[in-house]
Design a protein around this ligand. Structure first.
Ligand code: SF4
Length: 400
């Protein structure tokens, strides 16, 4: 019998974030990730709802609670407004009387809210470990190195960066500094068109799309009529991104190798399977899904588009939705009375695990701390980063 020896030659490291989800320890390798510094109420406390309500009432207009579409129901019930990350950040900026903005979402969203709100407003994230795996896939160091690679290949002055809203403040600042813009899944087409017009020669202008390769590819191919061959993928874990100078010179879209771990799970098989299971179903997916999923779907759009499409759908229609499960379940319940059948695109459960970190105990702890005058879990972007990130966001707001 042989005894298993511990392996010391592993070349694949476990993802720290996945381990973090099991416990409450710090995770320095994630976008952010630290232990909750206070005493959380027990999840089984039967008074959690009453406690959250009481603390919120005590705070009154001083607090404004934002709830991203992918949040749990137990948290969403306390949101003053719901929406996607950009809408929520703008809503917060439109409520200057609110001293505390409690962002029930993930870290990059709280950063964006801090960038867009006044200096007097304090943005709070109920669990600092609620990061975003996609945002984690592009760090400031990696992107700076990529720019060096583009410079060495002689193409940097033809490249305009476009960063998806789902990126850290550092990446938004990089984009602002290098003449680029931010985009959401609603305005990605307009952002790319604008970016191509910024170069001296639109025919040779290239876009560095960060950090979601799927949104970049889907927008370029579906909306702008480019071919898949116009796109290359820059892998920050390979020397020179895994690309030759010639490939970089020939490309029109340089896609960062990042993806959403939730939307990336949907496959062509999911689409074929649901069409077989639910005759007459309309497949509606988010553009963060893989290109083959988007190509096989009937409709593609942002979370706001998904909601509007279902609102306008005729009674008796059937829908398979490819986005985060909390939202799909809420929509299925909401539209059941109108006889609209809404199913999740995949057979397996697919929550965003980091979004789900914001639960009722964290929200109660946050609201009670604020009501007692203790500012907790503040998210604050430094001035220089904020200025450049704001520049990129303002370019987005000015998009035609
Ligand atoms: S759903 Fe995807 S992009 Fe959104 S927070 Fe979760 S991992 Fe990030």
């Amino acid at each position: 019998m042989t005894t298993a020896q511990p392996r010391t030659d592993l070349d694949v490291q476990p993802t720290p974030l996945a381990l973090l989800l099991l416990g409450r320890e710090a995770d320095p390798a994630s976008e952010r990730g630290v232990d909750c510094p206070g005493d959380l109420p027990s999840p089984s406390d039967p008074d959690l709802v009453a406690r959250a309500r009481a603390a919120k009432e005590k705070l009154g207009d001083k607090v404004f609670v934002l709830g991203h579409h992918y949040q749990r129901d137990e948290v969403i019930q306390f949101a003053d407004v719901t929406g996607d990350s950009f809408k929520l950040a703008r809503d917060a900026a439109a409520r200057p009387e609110a001293e505390y903005i409690v962002f029930c979402g993930v870290h990059f969203m709280a950063e964006s809210a801090d960038i867009l709100t006044s200096d007097e407003q304090k943005v709070v994230l109920p669990d600092l470990a609620a990061g975003c795996s996609m945002a984690d896939m592009a760090t400031a160091e990696q992107v700076a190195e990529c720019w060096d690679v583009l410079s060495e290949a002689g193409v940097a002055d033809q490249v305009v960066p476009v960063a998806y809203m789902n990126s850290s403040a550092d990446i938004k600042a990089f984009t602002g500094k290098h003449g680029g813009t931010i985009c959401t899944s609603s305005n990605a087409k307009r952002a790319l068109e604008w970016a191509f017009e910024q170069g001296q020669d639109p025919a040779t202008t290239k876009i560095l799309f960060l950090p979601d390769q799927h949104l970049g590819r889907n927008t370029a191919v579906r909306d702008l009529g480019m071919s898949l061959e116009d796109c290359v993928v820059y892998n920050p874990h390979k020397p020179n991104g895994g690309l030759t100078a010639e490939q970089l010179r020939d490309a029109r879209m340089i896609l960062w190798r990042g993806h959403c771990s939730v939307h990336g799970r949907f496959s062509l098989e999911s689409v074929e399977d649901v069409r077989a299971r639910v005759p007459g179903v309309n497949v509606l997916v988010h553009p963060e899904c893989k290109h083959e999923v988007v190509a096989a779907a009937d409709l593609v759009g942002s979370t706001e588009y998904i909601i509007k499409t279902l609102e306008a759908a005729p009674r008796g229609s059937k829908w398979a939705i490819g986005t985060e499960l909390n939202l799909v379940r809420r929509l299925a319940n909401r539209f059941a009375e109108e006889d609209k059948e809404i199913v999740f695109l995949d057979r397996t459960v697919c929550f965003c695990s980091t979004m789900n970190r914001i639960d009722l105990p964290h929200l109660v702890w946050t609201l009670e701390s604020l009501a007692e005058g203790t500012l907790v879990n503040r998210i604050e972007v430094d001035k220089e980063t904020e200025d450049f990130a704001k520049l990129a966001l303002e370019r987005m707001l000015a998009l035609p």
